[in-house]
Design a protein around this ligand. Structure first.
Ligand SMILES: [Cu+2]
Length: 192
């Protein structure tokens, strides 16, 4: 009985650990390198969506681990997907606009929780007033606990970029809990 349960748990864990993800990136004139760059696991797919009416391509650059090229496509809502299978670094660009570029970093497949965590950044830290949370997963909500574990603030997150006003919190260490569906991750932030 015990062995069966353990086996089931192990099977479930390995299933979760290899779940593949599709990451969405907006692709448009003026996109920043940071917003066009992402860390994924082997077997994950990146899907670029054209969000302006200009012609663009998604084209791997020299030195890229894998070769991919959408060709030059035009049209708001146009999409190009590519599944990365090799560990490595993939700089890419738009062949029409040389300032549109980013990097897809592919690591050995990691759990969804790890991917979630790796694709969230918070700044500034330490923070005085406004904390910005950038996540490639669209966030639903956030919670802030103090060092004693007391919930001191919470709110609805606003998709990929969430701004949190921390101006009325006392100085000290806080734990920011970023939540997206079933996924959540906690980050330490110092309030000045
Ligand atoms: Cu372009």
């Amino acid at each position: 009985m015990k062995k069966t349960k353990l086996f089931f748990l192990a099977a479930l864990t390995s299933l979760m650990a290899t779940a593949q993800t599709t990451f969405d990136l907006d692709w448009f004139m003026g996109v920043s390198n940071a917003n066009a760059s992402i860390t994924i696991g082997t077997g994950d797919t990146v899907r670029w969506t054209w969000t302006d009416a200009l012609p663009h391509s998604v084209t791997s650059d020299s030195g890229s681990q894998e070769n991919f090229d959408s060709g030059i496509l035009t049209g708001n809502g146009t999409q190009f997907s590519y599944t990365f299978t090799q560990v490595g670094v993939n700089p890419y660009k738009c062949e029409v606009h040389s300032n549109m570029q980013g990097t897809i970093t592919v690591e050995q497949t990691v759990s969804i929780d790890e991917k979630f965590r790796k694709n969230i950044s918070l700044y500034p830290n330490p923070v005085s007033n406004k904390l910005t949370l950038v996540s490639l997963y669209k966030l639903d909500s956030y919670k802030i606990h103090n060092i004693l574990g007391k919930l001191v603030a919470q709110g609805v997150a606003n998709g990929n970029i969430t701004e949190i006003d921390m101006s009325n919190l006392q100085s000290g260490m806080y734990f920011i809990n970023a939540i997206s569906g079933e996924l959540q991750s906690t980050f330490k932030v110092m309030k000045q």
